[in-house]
Design a binder for this molecule. Structure first.
Ligand SMILES: Nc1nc2c([nH]c(=O)n2[C@H]2C[C@H](O)[C@@H](COP(=O)(O)OP(=O)(O)OP(=O)(O)O)O2)c(=O)[nH]1
Length: 127
């Protein structure tokens, strides 16, 4: 099982989502930014590292929002989605990915990875 972290970052009533790069696994699907936890790393540290590497942002990692265990055809992931507080002013994608700030209502306009669906559903229901 691969342990993956994802961030739920809200600012000004909008949520930060990122698009997986074309050509990558599930390329062009939308997701919550984050990535795999490496050997010997705490999930919260992994999340801070991934956000720094991919989007050039610093966050404070807060409570877990949702945990999803999802089996794709060729991999089983345990997705830890944390609520985060954005500490940086600007998002600076370092690996060329697209990102968007979207409202809860706009989430329906994006095709998320299968594992993210329970997170998106929960977000729709939370005030
Ligand atoms: N960061 C992130 N990953 C997600 C989400 N939903 C979801 O299924 N994933 C999957 C996609 C990847 O298989 C894995 C994240 O690892 P990663 O972003 O480091 O993936 P990667 O492109 O390096 O993966 P790989 O091609 O090396 O296998 O978790 C999500 O919301 N956020």
């Amino acid at each position: 099982m691969i342990v993956v972290t994802a961030a739920l970052i809200k600012a000004n009533g909008k949520i930060l989502i990122a698009q997986r790069p074309a050509g990558s696994y599930m390329g062009l699907k939308w997701e919550f930014p984050g990535g795999k936890v490496e050997e010997g790393e705490h999930p919260q540290e992994a999340l801070r590292r991934e956000l720094r590497e991919e989007l050039g942002i610093e966050v404070e990692v807060r409570d877990i929002f949702e945990v999803v265990s999802h089996k794709y055809k060729d991999r089983h992931i345990l997705l830890l989605c944390y609520q985060c507080r954005l500490l940086s002013r600007n998002v600076t994608p370092r690996e060329g990915q697209s990102y968007r700030w979207v409202t809860k209502e706009e989430l329906d306009n994006y095709e998320f990875t299968e594992a993210d669906k329970p997170i998106v559903n929960k977000l729709r229901k939370t005030p």
